[in-house]
Design a protein around this ligand. Sequence first.
Ligand code: ADE
Length: 249
Amino acid sequence: MKIDILTLFPEMVKAVLSESIVGRAIKEGKVEINVINYRDFSKDKHKRVDDYPFGGGRGMVIGIQPIYDCLQSLDLTNAKILLTSPQGKVFTQKKAEELSQEQHIVIICGHYEGIDYRVTEHLIDEEVSIGDYVLTGGELPALIIVDAVTRLIPGVLPDDATTGDSFSMGLLEYPQYTRPQDFLGWKVPEILLSGNHQQIAKFRLKESLRNTYLKRPDLLEHYPLNEEEKQLLNEIIMEEQEKIRKKNS
Ligand code: ADE
């Protein structure tokens, strides 16, 4: 996969990309990422990219010309062009999975000043938001999208490493533990030490349901529970009500 990131802050983006799993994926050639400063495409003699807004008002607006010319310099056959913006559709694991199937993604980083709306209307395929809050620029959102997508590219993580991901199955992940078995009296659940794989799988499914029920009950509204899961969820609801009763008595 190829990803082009168009930004006014290339060093900020490159610093993050060189580290950890994404850095390794780049070195191993699993993903090619180009960070492009679209200021370099400005036709202004001072390389300015922003200007006063038509109609007046405070602040400045990033113009369309440098972004247009920057896009023109790329081979966009099969490219999906995204603009990071708080007005976009909120980025989800499902979106990350969809994007990981693309051959080429171009991410234009938005900017707090705002971007000429003709970029949104004519140059991009989708606006993407990473959540209902406003950041100063689209660099962090772009990096979040790149991170979430890159880890899903085959060969970037070991096989199976992403199958139980939170959200990918519609539920949150089950809790994980490692040594020591007992830390200051806080013990690892006994069942995980039993070696009984069937029981362990059932425990994990139940705790995945419990995590979702307690932390993100909204996800359960869209999750089609099978008979076993319905029964486990009933048990969980009773157990959690019992815990509350005990705490209050
Ligand atoms: N730019 C500023 N805020 C943003 C957000 N929440 N998502 C994507 N891009 C943004």
